[in-house]
Design a protein around this ligand. Sequence first.
Ligand SMILES: NC(=O)c1ccc[n+]([C@@H]2O[C@H](COP(=O)([O-])OP(=O)(O)OC[C@H]3O[C@@H](n4cnc5c(N)ncnc54)[C@H](OP(=O)(O)O)[C@@H]3O)[C@@H](O)[C@H]2O)c1
Length: 350
Amino acid sequence: MNEGRLRVAVATPLSEELCEWIEAREPRLALIRDQSLLPPMRHPADFGGDPAFRRTPEQEARFDALLADAEVLYGIPDVDPARLARAVEANPALRWVHIMAAGGGGQVNAANLSAEQLERVRFTTSAGVHGGPLAEYAVFGVLAGAKQLPRILDQQRAHHWSGRWMMGQVSEQRVLLLGLGGIGREVARKLSLLGAHVMGVSRHQRPVEHVDEIVSPDRLHEAAGRADAVVSSLPGTAATQGMVDDALLAAMKPGVTIVNVGRGTVIDEPALIRALERGQVGLAVLDVTAVEPLDPESPLWDLPNVLLTPHTAALSESEDRLIAELFADNARRYLDGEPLLNRVNTVEFY
Ligand SMILES: NC(=O)c1ccc[n+]([C@@H]2O[C@H](COP(=O)([O-])OP(=O)(O)OC[C@H]3O[C@@H](n4cnc5c(N)ncnc54)[C@H](OP(=O)(O)O)[C@@H]3O)[C@@H](O)[C@H]2O)c1
């Protein structure tokens, strides 16, 4: 019955309904799956699944056999780079792995694949599907900074009816975006609807819709000095590591708002903490930290001008469906010999 169809092993939890939906959308695919071999999801986009889930040795062997018998993997098995390496090694016919994360390049990097394997297998990420919820979170962060949310909460808790004070208006502000990918472009669209002047750092000089000013990386410090808020949606790579450091923070406007929805490693955390303590940064709104979970001893937990969320701002009801749609579209491209969307850059790994 699967004769002649592209064999895709479902390596990560995916509802039967979405498996059937993908096959209906692209009938040239056969999704090879055995739900009993996949951990139950606790919530949408729970690709790691229930940590209590264990396969018996016999189930492990069947899972390996299923992964070895496909040209494509839907997801990294057990979201484990070591298991990905094993699957690539054991299956010379493997040609494409689609990764559930937007920042899946890091997982490919961690698998330590050989040059031959990176050449043979194409990797794609789910970059772009998180644009909606993360852009909304970024707008929330920029607004929280403009309206001075920590001060509002403090005064209210203290029952203190102060004199009037002026709140910032996003429509009169400049926002600098670090990262103009799927997330950054949606942040730009939403902020421009609020009337903000949007600046975006890019290594290319191409215009980007809703970005009023494209800033080349060598002008980063100058642009940061004009921004009321900085939003990072950069991936974690060697080049972005610690990009927001002491010098960049010092170049920013005093009281600036910083929002991070990309990868925590982009911000030098000790430098950020120092800048928060002296008020150089007015508010940091962080969905991600350099090491996750954040160390319980980190000062970030207790600083009054920090809002922290546990890498959860992207999660939405629609994430599984959006990834399935992206995959079905890419599978059509694969079968028609067209370039795949969201190929992992296997030099910088993002
Ligand atoms: N908080 C969460 O739950 C969550 C959810 C999804 C994603 N993320 C993170 O967000 C990241 C971005 O997601 P996305 O969907 O927007 O990915 P994307 O579409 O791949 O965009 C990445 C952007 O970063 C830019 N970039 C990479 N390295 C750069 C550098 N050194 N200097 C300047 N720009 C650089 C890329 O520019 P080029 O045009 O030069 O390639 C591209 O515009 C992911 O990698 C992931 O780490 C977090």
